[in-house]
Design a protein around this ligand. Structure first.
Ligand code: NAD
Ligand code: AKB
Length: 332
């Protein structure tokens, strides 16, 4: 409970804290988002009501009942849902943009088939609600890059982006056809200090903090002026829980909501880090991830999320850098 003040749950309305009618399964809980989501949901609903699952038990969930679960194994998924009387599923398992490009057919299989398994559980009334994350990767090189709106040209150029775009359409279709209560956010690049990122194009913005504290230098795989939409993990977790707890009639988009946070380039974040670590240096060696980053928006317009369910980001770049360095100091 030492870091209790850092948990997002404190900012969630008190009325939800006593809620214990939900039993929540998190698929892919061992990843960057899942670790923090499990922690926050456990504080809201009670650890006994949150069931983290992943391909392997890495021993990180001491207070929850963990399940080894492959999201592609429909039978075991069904058994786990029945065993724990699950009401909600947060389905996080996926291959991300960089790893997806290296294994495109498997990325398509994992990202799509696992989503169908979860959507079908709700269609068949075994669960009541689904959270499934989309990404800014649904946009592509023909999308307007600045202040990218909710509704615009979407021609993603990565398998990851194509799978997220198709996933959005399937979610909306299951809602329209079968009334499945599925909710989704197009996350930007997420930056947190509690867990490591797992194969995305925006991962540099986490690695840079670790290297700044460890070696005072970082070689970035994107070029210095590559601006991308980013967000502190705390904001992303809060958005996720707020979206899931919003009354159903407030959710007017059943594909996925744009979510704005911060927009910065490697050069800009390095300059902010230098204010705390003056001798920090950054060099640039762009690799295949540069083309992915170049195809994505630079900043996001999230008017609909703000208007429909009251979204508002807390972190700007200054606050994010301060928070990351403060929390990682002595730990890396
Ligand atoms: P991650 O790679 O850190 O974690 C994914 C987890 O899924 C891992 O623990 C992995 O072991 C698990 N997994 C992989 N295959 C599995 C399978 N077959 N069955 C069960 N578990 C499996 O990813 P993350 O950053 O936590 O992202 C979670 C979700 O959020 C993904 O859908 C991703 O597309 C989306 N997202 C993330 C970001 C970000 O910046 N982190 C941004 C946009 C969208
Ligand atoms: C990635 O870089 O692949 C993810 C994302 C923005 O979806 N962080």
């Amino acid at each position: 409970m030492k870091n209790i003040h850092k948990l997002v749950y404190l900012s969630i309305q008190k009325k939800y804290m006593s809620s214990s009618t939900e039993k929540i399964l998190i698929i892919g809980a061992g990843g960057q988002i899942g670790v923090e989501l499990t922690e926050n949901l456990s504080h809201i609903y009670g650890s006994n009501n949150i069931i983290p699952s992943d391909l392997k038990d890495a021993g990180i969930f001491k207070n929850n009942s963990f399940e080894v679960l492959d999201a592609l194994d429909k039978t075991n998924l069904f058994n786990v849902v029945k065993k724990h009387n699950i009401t909600q599923v947060y389905h996080l398992a996926a291959l991300l943009s960089a790893t997806g490009e290296q294994n495109p057919m498997f990325a398509w299989k994992l990202n799509m088939e696992s989503l169908f398994h979860v959507l079908d559980l709700a269609k068949e009334k075994h669960i009541k609600q689904i959270y499934w994350p989309s990404s800014i990767a649904v946009f592509g090189p023909t999308t307007p890059q600045k202040n990218t709106p909710q509704y615009t040209v979407m021609e993603p150029s990565t398998i990851y982006g194509i799978s997220k775009q198709a996933g959005e359409r399937w979610c909306e279709w299951y809602f329209n056809k079968f009334g499945v209560d599925v909710r989704s956010i197009r996350y930007p690049g997420l930056i947190g200090w509690k867990s490591a990122p797992g194969g995305g194009t925006t991962d540099y913005a986490v690695h840079i903090f670790h290297q700044a504290l460890k070696t005072k230098s970082y070689e970035c795989f994107l070029s210095e002026d590559t601006a991308l939409p980013m967000m502190h993990m705390e904001d992303a977790i809060r958005a996720t829980i707020e979206l899931m707890q919003a009354p159903a009639d407030k959710i007017k988009i059943r594909g996925a909501y744009n979510l704005g946070g911060i927009s910065f380039s490697p050069k800009q974040i390095a300059e902010e880090i230098k204010k705390h670590i003056p001798d920090f240096t950054i060099t640039y060696k762009p690799d295949f991830r540069q083309a992915i980053a170049d195809s994505w928006p630079k900043s996001i317009n999230d008017t609909e999320a703000c208007q429909h369910w009251g979204w508002k980001a807390n972190y700007d770049l200054l606050k994010l850098v301060e928070n990351m360095l403060e929390n990682l100091k002595g730990k890396v």
